[in-house]
Design a protein around this ligand. Structure first.
Ligand code: NDP
Length: 256
């Protein structure tokens, strides 16, 4: 049996939110390497332009689409612009996210809402816009980015934990409602990864030792280590897989 074709994304277009850097950028590069045309997204124009230039220079078919994932009007306008150009999104990766560390007793409601809006509500809004269009073609792949906090609470990141727990159930709800439309929805739960989001923790020797001690792999994850799982969930290899969350965490969730 030849299985290579199952992972071939030639002829597919993927939108990866928050792909100007970090995990989103690595997943976008993985999808591009599997043959997909990539639409990169971010809020900051400079970082987005730099990411598009880097992927293009590497020989990939990539473009940028800048919008704030929390701005519903901007999201809808972006999809309408793609409609006008005849661009169809076959693969959506809802990756854009922020983390905000503060104990709940000191947390402002506006900060709670900002974290929930960026990490969870955006995945619903962008997922809905993508799925309405995927439904017309009878196929599509939605990949939402969860976290270990989809399962576990950690102190000082309550709204993040609630948002990522919500991502897990949003993924199941999408799978339940959209399966008959030919759309699979799954999630990836990264462990502790080497990105800007974690820079303060990486630089903190106590936290660094905690991560290495608690992770069976005894190290942080590299962003490129998400690429294979992302390609799998975006490809025909996962056509009968839906509603799942796959942890890419060096085994940490089994040990905590
Ligand atoms: P980074 O902080 O390195 O990158 C975040 C990305 O999201 C950037 O591209 C940023 O764009 C974009 N972004 C943030 N807010 C918005 C917004 N309002 N609109 C558009 N784009 C936005 O984060 P990571 O790569 O580490 O994280 C990516 C995802 O993975 C997040 O959902 C995070 O919660 C999740 N995750 C990360 C883990 C880790 O260990 N790093 C572990 C588990 C989950 P810009 O450059 O314009 O700011």
């Amino acid at each position: 049996m030849n299985v290579n074709h199952l992972f071939d994304l030639s002829g597919r277009t993927a939108l990866v939110t928050g792909s100007s850097r970090g995990l989103g950028r690595a997943m976008a590069e993985g999808l591009a390497a599997a043959g997909a045309v990539i639409i990169l997204n971010g809020a900051d124009k400079g970082r987005l332009d730099e990411a598009v230039a880097a992927l293009t220079a590497a020989g990939y078919n990539a473009r940028g689409l800048r919008f704030d994932v929390t701005d519903e009007a901007a999201v809808i306008a972006a999809f309408e612009m793609l409609d006008a150009e005849g661009v169809e999104v076959d693969i959506l990766v809802n990756n854009a996210g922020i983390q905000f560390r503060r104990p709940m007793l000191d947390l402002e409601t506006s900060d709670w809402r900002r974290v929930i809006d960026t990490n969870l509500t955006s995945a619903f809004v962008i997922g809905r816009e993508a799925a309405r269009r995927m439904a017309r073609r009878g196929r599509g792949k939605v990949i939402n980015i969860g976290s270990l906090t989809s399962e576990l609470a950690r102190a000082t990141v309550a709204p993040y934990t609630v948002a990522k727990g919500g991502i897990k159930m949003l993924t199941k709800a999408m799978a339940a409602e959209w399966g008959e439309l030919g759309i699979q929805a799954n999630a990836i739960g990264p462990g502790y990864m080497l990105t800007d989001m974690n820079q303060a923790l990486i630089d903190n020797p106590t936290f660094d030792a905690w991560v290495k001690g608690r992770t069976p792999a005894r190290r942080w994850g590299r962003p490129d280590e998400l690429a294979g799982t992302c390609v799998y969930l975006a490809s025909a290899a996962s056509d009968y897989v839906s509603g799942q969350i796959i942890y890419v965490d060096g085994g940490m969730i089994s040990m905590l």
